[in-house]
Design a protein around this ligand. Structure first.
Ligand code: APR
Length: 261
């Protein structure tokens, strides 16, 4: 059997599992935005691979001195500076658009993303849970209210919440910070309802996001992995579509259309 036939068979199997699913969701990671010019964190070309992992106590540092934390955020250095610049310039790619198409076809109930780059939202994804926050939003650490970053004044740091006067921080979840309850509750609810999960562009090494696919597997749901490299989930995948998400996901949509015609 040639490589092509094998791959073709895998796309058909993945499309079949998706079409037959009652409640399909997706979990995405940095790999989905690589073709938008944003490097991953781990593996080949990863930011942490190149520069080393950042300090794991970002939340503690924020609470200790919110003004200083904001000053650092507004003048990022090293890998955070590179990440901020790339996120600023990035545009959604065909991988993001394919997930929007699946949603329009009624085959994607929610996209849970670990990415803070706003690209799923800008691609038009409606049912979206950003488990690590969104870099274009700020969040009050008291009442949890979120606002667009461009809507607030940064003349006085730290900025204060218009609703409760609490301190605002970037909505992105710092290392050591608990995931905001509203988002965590949504992610768990979606994972517990799902009988199919498309896992695209993640090493599946960071918790609690990496635990979500197991909610689906425990109930014998299907797991489709989209990744050019092996990940922690590869041995557990129902079907593996090996390749870059920007190329693989549009082909999966085409395979679904092929099944439906
Ligand atoms: N398409 C699909 N997957 C890709 C692509 C691509 N074009 N390029 C790389 N990948 C895969 C890599 O093989 C790797 O498995 O994407 C994965 C990226 O893994 P990580 O860099 O670990 O990113 P992620 O899993 O999203 O990290 C989780 O860690 O540092 C924190 O908060 C950060 O949200 C992030 C979290």
């Amino acid at each position: 059997m040639t490589e092509e036939v094998a791959v073709e068979r895998d796309y058909t199997a993945a499309a079949r599992a998706l079409v037959d699913a009652r409640y399909p969701i997706a979990l995405t990671g940095a790999g989905l935005s690589v073709e938008s010019g944003i490097p991953p964190f781990r593996g080949p070309g990863g930011l942490w691979t190149k520069h080393g992992e950042p300090p794991m106590n970002g939340w503690e540092l924020f609470l200790a001195d919110p003004k200083r934390a904001w000053e650092k955020r507004l003048n990022p250095e090293g890998p955070m500076r590179e990440l901020a610049r790339r996120v600023e310039q990035a545009q959604p790619n065909p991988g993001h658009q394919a997930l929007v198409e699946l949603e329009a076809m009624g085959l994607m109930r929610c996209v849970i993303t670990q990415n803070i780059d706003d690209l799923h939202r800008r691609a038009g994804q409606r049912e979206l849970a950003e488990i690590h926050g969104n870099s274009r939003l700020v969040r009050c650490i008291e009442c949890g209210a979120r606002e667009p970053r461009e809507a607030i004044s940064l003349a006085v740091l730290p900025p204060r919440c218009a609703r409760c006067g609490g301190i605002q921080k970037a909505d992105t979840v710092s290392f050591g910070e608990p995931i905001p309850e509203d988002v965590m509750e949504r992610c768990q609810r979606e994972a517990r309802a799902a009988d199919f999960i498309l896992v695209a562009g993640t090493s599946a090494t960071v918790y609690p996001a990496a635990a979500l696919p197991f909610e689906v597997l425990e109930r014998r749901g299907a797991l489709i992995e989209v990744n050019p490299h092996e990940s922690e989930l590869t041995p557990l995948a129902t079907v593996v579509l090996r390749g870059p998400a920007g190329a693989v996901l549009p082909k999966l949509v085409a395979a679904v259309r092929g099944l439906r015609n």
